[in-house]
Design a protein. Structure first.
Length: 142
């Protein structure tokens, strides 16, 4: 074989390698932190205001795990107008779960997590109370 054939063969092999690499990369699943990442980034000042409202509370909610349940302990559930607890799994968005917070006289609300995979989650609690919005985020392990 002469040099011309080796050069052409090298270009063909390189093109095949690049085509294979592009095919493999296109088939990879990409998990973003959030589907609306840029929209949430623009609204982050509102998030800071919610966190500041939470910091002004005399008693903040406590989110803990107890076996196959998550307990939210908050002495002001009777004043909560609406809210949610979102369990956010950074490694896989399919494992996220959302629970609705209900106004009640009880100081604890319990949510089952028996169908969820074990691992680290971010518990994101947001609620509306007394005309203000609040937000609390903690890391838990199920």
């Amino acid at each position: 074989m002469n040099w011309g054939k080796w050069i052409i063969l090298s270009f063909i092999l390189f093109a095949g390698f690049i085509a294979t690499l592009v095919t493999v990369c296109m088939r990879q699943e990409i998990n973003l932190v959030s589907k609306d990442y840029y929209k949430e980034e623009l609204a982050y000042q509102d998030q800071i205001a919610k966190i500041n409202n939470t910091n002004e509370l005399s008693e903040k909610p406590a989110i803990t795990t107890a076996g196959t349940f998550i307990e939210v302990d908050f002495n002001q559930f009777d004043q909560v107008e609406r809210g949610e607890l979102k369990l956010f799994r950074p490694s896989d968005a399919k494992m996220d779960k959302v629970f609705a917070l209900q106004p009640s006289q009880a100081t604890k609300q319990i949510f089952p997590v028996t169908d969820m995979q074990k691992g680290f989650y971010r518990a994101r609690m947001s609620w509306h109370m007394n005309g203000k919005e609040y937000y609390l985020e903690t890391v838990i392990q199920i």
